[in-house]
Design a protein around this ligand. Structure first.
Ligand code: KIV
Ligand code: ZN
Length: 518
């Protein structure tokens, strides 16, 4: 099988930095460039040297610090731009000057106000000029995908004759669709006589969300280099994402027979995080390959499948791109299998009936809460471990409270065996009113000696845990604990938990025919 290495030209530091809001200083650019070099990117486009002294300095610094990747600088087809690119690249081991000029009718007529022949001459002159300075010259006919094919082919042929070693075909405004874009590359391959003298590259923007699809179609049509950015950042809707292209080729070897890149894919996540942190552009959780949900599974059916055989619901091993493992997120769609597995990972071994009860508790919490954290599960499991018989069970709680003259009132329904009792009470606050109502239902009067509340998990919908101590009618101290996203409900659960302990303690003692002093 013939091997075809597709060069990865990363333009995170140039087109990526053109993302609204993203601005990198020279040191940050070097940090990213060094990471790109470690990931084995073939060419790093470090900036547009003429655009500002800051950009010039950044290109210089990247050129000085990167040894194993080529370093490119962008230039318009103007001598002073090419001079600046050249000067900024002087310390590069493998410098590349990247010249561009728009070729489409709309750009020719409205932006450049030049005829086809003038454009052709300017492009050729620019490539010749750059070629006198460095051997590696890339030319981009800007807005190539909206350029008349016959004229585009003439430009490509002419710049190759002038010495361009790479000719890049940009879909500048992200207008193409994959079949069409692949067709453009195929047309050039078949109609440009000297096409074998240069590498054909592609540079796709994502305005229709097709940048990666267009790049992959171009590779199938014969492109030998793709231009892309980490996390797909870039002008407007961004550029083709490096990680998606690399993993697309790697994952679909059946479509890309013999095709490979030099990229060390295990570096992808680290690089993505670095770029996100330094540009301040956050990665959406569902972003392919690098999003925090890219290898996370919530549905019970999917989790069960993953636990039986990972490939049932994953096309990429997360370790291939730098994640440590797949993530089974416990939420309302999760099943017992994943829950048990997770509880065991947290270090608990529970008998089946306790797992079952904890699972029920988890399901009802997951219905109320967007994210169930490990701390939530620990709280639920601990409740199960320290289980006391549920003599009283809170069925319903409704509280009204507010500032004076409002009187806090609680209505409570409690089940005892098969019967449900309801009562209401007023109090000094909603918790006091709730406790009074529960006391009336249970017939047990206790003294509250300690009460504390803490958040056991994070976020606005965190679980609150109430711990309390009550003195029983016979003077003994009992503790109670309750957890809920609603702190009044957690308070009621804690109070009922303490009452259950009192009653079960008394029952045990009676069973042993002793008379405990409660
Ligand atoms: O999108 C584009 O056309 C570009 C060129 C400068 C290559 O970024
Ligand atoms: Zn671009």
């Amino acid at each position: 099988m013939k091997k075809r290495i597709i060069k990865i030209f990363d333009t995170t530091l140039r087109d990526g930095e053109q993302s609204p809001g993203a601005s990198l200083d020279a040191e940050e650019k070097v940090e990213i460039a060094v990471q790109l070099e470690k990931m084995k990117v073939d060419v790093i486009e470090a900036g547009f040297s003429i655009s500002s002294p800051g950009d010039f300095h950044s290109v210089e610094l990247v050129a000085k610090n990167v040894k194993n990747s080529a370093v490119a600088a962008l230039a318009r087809s103007i001598q002073k731009d090419i001079d600046a690119a050249y000067e900024s690249l002087k310390k590069a081991v493998s410098p590349r000057i990247h010249v561009f000029l728009a070729t489409s009718k709309i750009h020719r007529e409205y932006k450049l106000k030049k005829a086809q022949e003038e454009i052709l001459k300017l492009a050729v002159d620019a490539v010749r000029y750059a070629k006198k300075k460095v051997p590696d010259v890339q030319f981009s006919p800007e807005d190539a995908s909206r350029t008349e094919l016959v004229f585009l082919a003439r430009v490509v042929e002419a710049v190759i004759d002038a010495g361009a070693t790479t000719v890049n075909i940009p879909d500048t405004v992200g207008y193409s669709i994959p079949e069409e874009f692949g067709g453009i590359i195929r047309y050039l391959m078949e109609n440009v006589s000297n096409i074998d003298k240069a590498v054909i590259a592609v540079h796709c923007h994502n305005d229709l969300g097709l940048a990666v699809a267009n790049s992959l179609a171009a590779i199938r049509a014969g492109a030998g280099q793709v231009e892309c950015t980490v996390n797909g950042i870039g002008e407007r809707a961004g550029n083709a994402s490096l990680e998606e292209i690399v993993m697309g080729i790697k994952t679909r070897k059946d479509f890309f027979e013999g095709v490979m890149t030099n990229i060390d894919s295990t570096m992808i996540l680290k690089t993505s995080k670095l770029v996100s942190r330094l540009t301040n552009i956050f990665v959406q959780p569902n972003k392919a390959i690098v999003g925090s949900n890219a290898f996370a599974h919530e549905s019970g059916i999917h989790q069960d499948g993953i636990l039986k055989k990972r490939e049932t619901y994953e096309i990429i091993d997360p370790r291939e791109v730098g994640f440590s493992e797949s993530k089974l997120v416990l939420g309302k769609h999760s099943g017992r299998h994943a829950f048990r597995e997770h509880v065991e990972k947290l270090g608990f071994r529970l008998p089946e009936e306790k797992i079952e009860k904890a699972f029920e508790g988890f399901k009802s919490l997951a219905d109320k809460k967007k994210t169930v954290y490990d701390e939530d599960i620990i709280a639920i499991v601990e409740d199960e471990i320290g289980n006391v018989p549920e003599i009283f069970h809170l069925e319903y709680l409704s509280v009204t409270s507010g500032s004076r003259p409002n009187i806090p009132t609680a209505t409570v329904k409690v089940r005892k065996d098969k019967d449900v009792y309801q009562d209401a009470a007023c109090g000094d606050g909603p918790v006091d009113a709730t406790y009074k109502a529960i006391e009336r239902i249970s017939g047990i009067q206790v003294e509250l000696v300690d009460y504390s509340i803490k958040s056991v998990t994070r976020g606005k919908d965190a679980l609150g845990e109430v711990s309390l101590k009550v003195r029983s009618p016979r003077g003994s101290i009992f503790t109670g604990r309750g957890t809920s996203t609603d702190i009044i409900e957690a308070s009621a659960q804690a109070f009922i938990n303490a009452l259950n302990k009192i009653v079960s303690y008394e029952k045990e003692k009676t069973k042993r025919k002793t008379s405990p002093k409660l």
